[in-house]
Design a protein around this ligand. Structure first.
Ligand SMILES: NC(=O)c1ccc[n+]([C@@H]2O[C@H](COP(=O)([O-])OP(=O)(O)OC[C@H]3O[C@@H](n4cnc5c(N)ncnc54)[C@H](O)[C@@H]3O)[C@@H](O)[C@H]2O)c1
Ligand SMILES: [Zn+2]
Length: 355
């Protein structure tokens, strides 16, 4: 069992790694608690890892991107307000990043905030989203437009959960892991090519190491910028186009896969602007390609719709587009002056890479 401590302005909290699922015996620790469990996770683990949870404390819900909204939060309120415990209730969420975003929002707002414990079960949630304290809902066609800052009081990671992820969900998380390794300094960047093989084979030791390392990289970006005023924003590397691709494909392309394509797009522009050597751009593109399985169609890559979607980015300031770019020394920089013409031309080059 190892632990990572996270400092937060809201509350310090810890991430604990568990090799056995015994920690899920929450009944022995909390008196009044309700577990909200992702339906797929429940179906797979109800008779094994989750068997110790008392059924009367379990609510099974279906989560997907179309349900990351206030209606689903109300369903959760209906479940929780019907219980005897009120502000002393602990909400335990078990599932991926979508379960986290919706239940975290509910936990942060019900009775102005109740105790919240998160057990991430996807690669994306374990390696990335479980820390940082953001909760997000989609609003109409806008992704993650509504949200709060509310870290869980405890995060519990059991990497063997990752063995049952569908390939596309696993690879979606791998997109964020690759992003964090690229952003995590020279040693991690150089370790990445050798890590990809074992990761793709879901080697247990490689999974554990990469989840841990990814969280350490993320911590280094959020530690002094919890509320996203500057450095934390660099974690949006790959996300300008990534979010646009999720939006134009109605989330057919999962988040991390969209981010992979977004990083390739950003690197094309970085080379164009003289920030990134062509050799490094191509070396990164080769690694990204190894983890890319869900591609957009040629129609979905039509520049007009993608640029319209990028203009909806909530972090945009001014009339041009924002972009996080990789520099040749592996540092990152945010620009706010990407013109539509430059974006269209980079999309053309990206198409050559994709198809
Ligand atoms: N709050 C944040 O800081 C933050 C950061 C990054 C991403 N996100 C959000 O996270 C979401 C994506 O998260 P995700 O990729 O975890 O998606 P997800 O929660 O939809 O999970 C992906 C799929 O895997 C299934 N699943 C979960 N655990 C499983 C397991 N152990 N075995 C088999 N199947 C399992 C789920 O049922 C789902 O179908 C996006 O909405 C994104 O915006 C939030
Ligand atoms: Zn992301």
């Amino acid at each position: 069992m190892s632990v990572i401590n996270i400092r937060s302005n809201i509350r310090d909290y810890r991430v604990t790694f568990h090799s056995s699922p015994d920690f899920l015996d929450f009944g022995s620790r909390f008196q009044d608690f309700c577990c909200i469990v992702d339906e797929t996770v429940w179906e797979i683990y109800k008779d094994t890892a989750l068997a110790a949870l008392p059924r009367e404390n379990v609510v099974v819900m279906h989560f997907d991107e179309s349900r990351k909204n206030l209606d689903t939060v109300q369903e959760i309120f209906d479940q929780l307000t019907g219980r005897d415990a009120k502000r002393n209730l602990t909400l335990i969420s078990i599932g991926g990043g979508i379960t986290q975003d919706v239940t975290g929002f509910a936990a942060s707002t019900l009775y102005r905030g109740i105790n919240w414990v998160f057990v991430p079960t996807t690669l994306l949630a374990q390696s990335d989203s479980c820390i940082g304290g953001k909760t997000s809902l989609n609003y109409r066609s806008f992704k993650n437009l509504v949200g709060t800052f509310y870290p869980p009081s405890e995060v519990h990671i059991h990497t063997p959960f990752l063995s049952t992820l569908k390939e596309e969900d696993f690879l979606s998380g791998l997109g964020e892991v690759i992003k964090l390794y690229i952003m995590g300094g020279r040693e991690r960047f150089e370790a990445l090519p050798n890590l990809l093989g074992p990761m793709l084979a879901r080697d247990p030791a490689a999974l554990l190491e990469s989840v841990r390392e990814s969280l350490l990289v993320k911590i280094s970006y959020i530690e002094d910028d919890e509320f996203d005023a500057g450095k934390r924003n660099l974690l949006n590397y790959g996300h300008t186009l990534g979010h646009a691709l999720e939006s134009v494909t109605a989330y057919r392309i999962p988040h991390g896969q969209a981010v992979l394509i977004g990083m390739a797009f950003s690197n094309i522009i970085a080379t164009e602007r003289g920030n990134l050597s062509a050799a490094r751009r191509d070396a990164v593109a080769d690694m990204l390609a190894q983890a890319l399985v869900t591609r957009p169609t040629k129609d979905e890559m039509a520049p007009a719709a993608l640029i319209a979607a990028m203009r909806k980015d909530k972090k945009r300031v001014g009339s041009n587009l924002p972009l996080i770019m990789l520099n040749d020394d592996l540092s990152l920089v945010r620009i706010n002056d990407l013109t539509e013409d430059a974006a269209v031309s980079a999309l053309e080059s990206l198409n050559t890479w994709l198809f």
